[in-house]
Design a protein around this ligand. Structure first.
Ligand SMILES: *Cc1c(COP(=O)(O)O)cnc(C)c1O
Length: 375
């Protein structure tokens, strides 16, 4: 049998056998049992975000980016103006999407590793009253940084702006209450903290905003107002649904609930991150972020300072030991990333940390911690 590697990446990630097994059945997209499956998945996703009263959950075929593009195109009117808060590659992608679909977009940006500053956002909104919507990345997966969602939500609400949150890598683990924060939309996907397989995005949006959004979307396939209307009317997806992905997500959600829901999942990821940080730090590796900005989702480490360091060699040696790492996503400095999410626990992270240290030591790329401290 093919050995499944442990994916230390932010998606696709390691899934459980039960989740993978749920994909062994073929579903007919017209079958009422599949409609029931879709409805139950959407109901559970809405409940995780506390969105049962004023929000709806709209599933969408494709990877997470498709859902981001769909949300921006559907929810930001053609006459709207979007302020994107950028502090990493996913924030940059959001403004790129907004430009590609022809929305008026302005940007506030911070360097990698610096959190979005709520006061600067407030000042920007005061200076530019034409801004109607704000786009924020909750956990900026490029570094692993957690942006201050509640503060930004408060400022958006005070200014009468709608907040759209890309919570792709945090949904299901970190707290997001769409009702309490009065969020316009939260965007996430099947294959990250929910531990399903990739292939389905979803948007939890204000039902009233979706009702007013007909005709906004520059795209047919990515029109969430149309997708939602069709789903409401027929119980079916507008176009061929990713049936196996939905079934796997149903199974993943069952395990999520059995595990104890969001807080238990967060605890598991937090202890995963803690093990990695402690072990790698004691081996002399340095975390890129200030620990107070670090979400327990994905960790960015500075690459060893050795002149011969090469990620590909490191990656291949780790792959041989059954672990899949993630390259860094910073342009200025050499880093590598290790994901803490997926159907893995601290025992596996312990093994992963051990393998990282072992591989780097064998390659002679690791300065012993003691030496470094004296340097
Ligand atoms: C994963 C991710 C996305 C979506 O990426 P895809 O490759 O399209 O799945 C978007 N935003 C963030 C913050 C992410 O972590």
């Amino acid at each position: 049998m093919l050995q499944t590697p442990i994916l230390l990446t932010p998606g696709p990630l390691t899934t459980s056998l039960a989740t993978r097994t749920a994909m062994l059945i073929d579903w007919g997209s017209w079958d009422s049992s599949f409609n029931v499956l879709t409805a139950s998945v959407c109901a559970d996703l809405l409940a995780i975000a506390n969105g049962q009263t004023q929000h709806c959950c709209i599933p969408l075929q494709g990877s997470g980016t498709f859902a981001v593009e769909a949300a921006l195109g559907t929810l930001v009117p053609r006459t709207g103006k979007l302020l994107v808060l950028e502090n990493g590659a996913y924030g940059q992608r959001m403004s790129k999407i907004a430009r590609a679909i022809g929305r008026d977009v302005v940007i506030l940006s911070w360097p990698d590793g610096v959190a979005v500053d709520a006061l600067a956002v407030k000042a920007k909104l005061q200076a530019d009253p034409a801004i109607t919507h704000i786009g924020l990345i909750h956990c900026e997966t490029a570094t692993g940084l957690l942006n201050p969602l509640p503060e930004i939500a408060r400022i958006a609400n005070d200014a009468g702006c709608e907040l759209i949150v890309d919570a792709m890598s945090s949904f299901g683990a970190l707290d997001i209450d769409v009702q309490a924060l009065n969020l316009c939309a939260v965007i996430a996907a099947s294959g990250k903290c929910l531990e399903g397989v990739p292939g389905m995005g979803f948007v939890i949006a204000k039902t009233a905003a979706i009702a007013l959004a007909h005709g906004n979307s520059p795209s047919l396939a990515l029109d969430l107002a149309d997708q939602y209307e069709y789903l409401q009317r027929t119980g079916q997806w507008r176009f061929t649904p990713p049936t196996h992905v939905v079934a796997a997500l149903r199974a993943a959600l069952d395990q999520y609930q059995a595990e104890g829901g969001r807080s238990t999942r967060l605890e598991r990821y937090t202890s995963n991150a803690k093990v990695l940080i402690e072990r790698l730090k004691s081996a002399g590796l340095k975390l890129f972020l200030n620990e107070n900005l670090q979400a327990p989702i994905i960790l960015t480490f500075h690459a060893p300072a050795h002149p011969h360091y090469q990620f590909t060699t490191f990656y291949n040696a780790m792959r041989e030991r059954g672990f899949v790492l993630y390259p860094g996503k910073l342009t200025q400095i050499e880093t590598f990333r290790v994901g803490c999410i997926g159907a893995i626990d601290s025992a596996q992270l312990e093994q992963a940390a051990h393998a990282i240290i072992d591989v780097l030591t064998q390659l002679n790329w690791l300065t012993p911690a003691a030496e470094k401290n004296h340097a």
